[in-house]
Structure formats: structure tokens, C-alpha cells
Ligand binder design. Structure first.
Ligand code: GAL
Length: 372
């Protein structure tokens, strides 16, 4: 009898770990067809028991969007099936999402009220480098798509951030771009903090590049993106349909040059991990915390620990995935000369002295996670 109990305990342990295949950051990650997952700069949405991973399809020789946004599905977070292209680029000449545009960091959130799946991404118009600095929005009726492109534009035209009261607006009024032609001087930095570029882009709308989406416990959603020539992050509240901005937004770390924002909340504190601005080359991650999404945001040292922690293990943050009551830090190891060979970093976030820590592990598994 004891032997039987032992055997069945062993069997249960074995089957529990069967779906917990090891996660090996930086290595190839084959989908159920045996092909390396192609969903970069991505994010994950959970619906029922299924996780949907959305990301940029990367081609072999160009970082431009030749296919669109891909979607993979999984119940266990380790075995992923390819659900195909969720949002396809267009072959219509002049389309805002024409094949060959730059379409990066797509994220999808579900709107419980409308029943729609809402996709936001960073969009650069074909042939115009990174000058458009727009966000794009698409909508779908099913998680895996197809998604229909709705529009792209710059953010919050004609609106200053919520923290700009009479005093701040009076200062903005005095800022004159003509006086700040030279970048990186002390007075230029001060003017940036005071809103020099906010004022410059007030009419057309604020630049919107690297981005993520976040749905809070109260059902409100936010678009978090690099703005003002990648100098300042904006957190913009979404309208109830999750397809537009509400017009309320705040700035984080003005002039701090943060990209690649990823956010989570634990015990009422918001934590955000970002990178510096060095293109495809990795740099040291930054971390911020705030008691409210509206701030104030406080900067902390990098959460990364281990070999190459000072360059985020050669990666750049893209998303933080809640799993049960724990969190996974997701990052991309870019390969700009062979974009489709870019790799993924997934590492559990632990808490030490009340602060998130991302510790490098060559291999780990979800064994200790309750995925409910
Ligand atoms: C990175 C950014 C990527 C991509 C790249 C292009 O800084 O995080 O998403 O835009 O620059 O150089």
C-alpha cells in the first residue's frame, strides 16, 4: 500500500512537471511546429485558461514589418502553438500599415464591456524612418484575430498633462524653441523637463514610440509610451472602449530617456522596468515605483542581478506577465543583422527587501508557480 501511494505521488509529480518544460532564456524556443517563436517586442494576454502571446513578426534580413503581428497560444506558458498572423500588414500602397512599415511592440487587452480585443502598437510609416512616431490601434472579435486596423496618430493633441496647472503652463508659455537649438546643454535639459517638446508637439500630438498597455484592477486601461523624442515617458489613460485615449495623461521621469516600458502592480505599488535609449544594443535596465499610476514615480537601481546584469543580460524589457501571484520579466535579445533570430529572456521576479529582483537563471521551470 505504501509503495502504491509512493508510486502515485511520483506519478502526480511527474505529470505536474510534464507541462512545466524548462525555460532557457537566450536559446531558440520552438513552437509546436518546431519553429522558433516569432513574436518579438511582445506581450501576453490571458483569457480563461489560455495565454495569448502577441509580438512582432521579424523577417530574416530586415527589421521592417513584412508580415505583421503574430499570435501564439498556450495553456502552460511553455508549449506554444502558432495561431498565425493576428494583424496583417497591408499591400495597399500608401496604407498606414503598408508592408515595409515599422510596426513594433504590439500589445492586446480585452475589453469586458464591449467584448472586443484591442491591439495597440508603435507605428512608423513606410520609408520615413522613425519620424512619424505614432501609435496604431486595431480591433478584433476573437483573441487570435483577425484584427482590423482602425487608425494611427500622435498622442493627445492639444492637451497638456494632468500635472500641468497654472504655474507649469505659465512656464511653458515662456519656452521658445528658437532659444534651445543646441541639445544636451544644462538649460536645454531644464527646458525639456519644463515641457519644451510638449509645447513643440502640442498641436500635432505627442510622439508615441516604444509602448505597453496596462489594465488596472479597477478596469481602467493605460497606454505607456516613450514620447518627446524618447526623452520622457507618458502614461495616457484610455477611454472606456480601450480604442482611444481619454485625454488624461502624466509624464514619468521627464528628460530621463526611457524606452521599452513594462509594468506590474504588487500590493498596491506600481513597478515599472524600462531601458535606456541605445537602439538595438542592450543597456542597463531602470526601475521605477509609484503608489498610484499617476505618480509620483521614484527611480531605483536596476532590478537585474547576475552575469551581464549591467546590460540586462543582453536584453531589453518588453512585458511583465502576472502568473498567479508572481511575475515574469520578459525581454528581447535583439539580432538586428538577423532579426528573426532574436531571442527571448523570461525570468521570474522575486522580491528582496521589498523590491523586485530579476536574477539570471540559465534554466528554470514553472514548477513553483501556481498558474491559476
Ligand atoms: C529600440 C526600441 C526597439 C526598436 C529599436 C530600433 O530602442 O526599443 O523597439 O525601436 O530601438 O532601433
Amino acid at each position: 500500500m505504501r509503495k502504491l501511494l509512493l508510486l502515485s505521488a511520483l506519478f502526480i509529480a511527474a505529470s505536474a512537471s510534464a507541462d512545466n518544460k524548462p525555460i532557457r532564456s537566450g536559446e531558440l524556443w520552438p513552437d509546436t511546429d518546431g519553429r522558433h517563436i516569432n513574436a518579438h517586442g511582445g506581450g501576453i494576454m490571458k483569457l480563461g485558461n489560455t495565454y495569448y502571446w502577441f509580438g512582432e513578426h521579424k523577417a530574416d534580413t530586415t527589421s521592417s514589418a513584412m508580415v505583421g503581428v503574430t499570435c501564439y497560444a498556450s495553456e502552460d506558458l511553455t508549449t506554444w502553438r502558432n495561431c498565425g498572423v493576428a494583424l496583417s500588414v497591408s499591400d495597399e500602397p500608401g496604407s498606414e500599415i503598408e508592408r515595409g512599415c515599422v510596426l513594433e511592440r504590439p500589445k492586446v487587452i480585452y475589453n469586458k464591456v464591449t467584448g472586443k480585443f484591442c491591439m495597440w502598437f508603435h507605428l512608423e510609416l513606410k520609408g520615413r524612418g522613425y519620424s512619424a512616431a505614432r501609435y496604431g490601434v486595431a480591433v478584433g472579435n476573437r483573441p487570435e484575430g483577425p484584427y482590423r486596423f482602425l487608425y494611427s496618430q500622435r498622442a493627445n493633441p492639444g492637451i497638456y498633462p494632468v500635472e500641468f496647472g497654472e504655474k507649469e503652463l505659465a512656464v511653458v508659455d515662456t519656452l521658445d524653441g528658437e532659444h534651445f537649438k543646441e541639445w544636451w546643454t544644462l538649460t536645454w535639459r531644464e527646458a525639456i523637463k519644463e515641457g519644451l517638446f510638449l509645447k513643440r508637439d502640442f498641436g500635432t500630438g505627442q510622439m508615441a514610440r516604444d509602448m505597453t498597455l496596462y489594465v488596472d484592477d479597477d478596469g481602467k486601461a493605460y497606454h505607456i509610451f516613450s514620447s518627446e523624442d524618447n526623452l520622457t515617458l507618458h502614461i495616457a489613460e484610455l477611454a472606456p472602449d480601450f480604442l482611444h485615449h481619454s485625454g488624461r495623461y502624466t509624464r514619468v521621469a521627464p528628460g530621463g530617456q526611457n524606452e521599452a516600458p513594462a509594468i506590474f502592480k504588487k500590493d498596491g505599488t506600481y513597478w515599472m522596468i524600462t531601458s535606456g535609449c541605445t537602439g538595438w544594443a542592450p543597456n542597463e535596465a531602470r526601475m521605477f515605483s509609484a503608489p498610484s499610476i499617476w505618480g509620483p514615480w521614484t527611480q531605483h537601481p536596476t532590478p537585474c542581478v547576475g552575469p551581464k546584469a549591467e546590460i540586462t543580460f543582453e536584453g531589453q524589457s518588453t512585458f511583465i506577465l502576472p502568473v498567479g501571484d508572481q511575475f515574469i520579466f520578459m525581454a528581447d535579445i535583439w539580432r538586428p543583422r538577423h532579426p528573426s533570430d532574436a531571442r527571448y529572456i523570461w525570468l521570474p521576479i522575486t522580491f528582496e527587501d521589498g523590491k523586485p529582483v530579476v536574477r539570471w537563471q540559465d534554466v528554470w521551470s514553472f514548477d513553483q508557480f501556481n498558474k491559476k
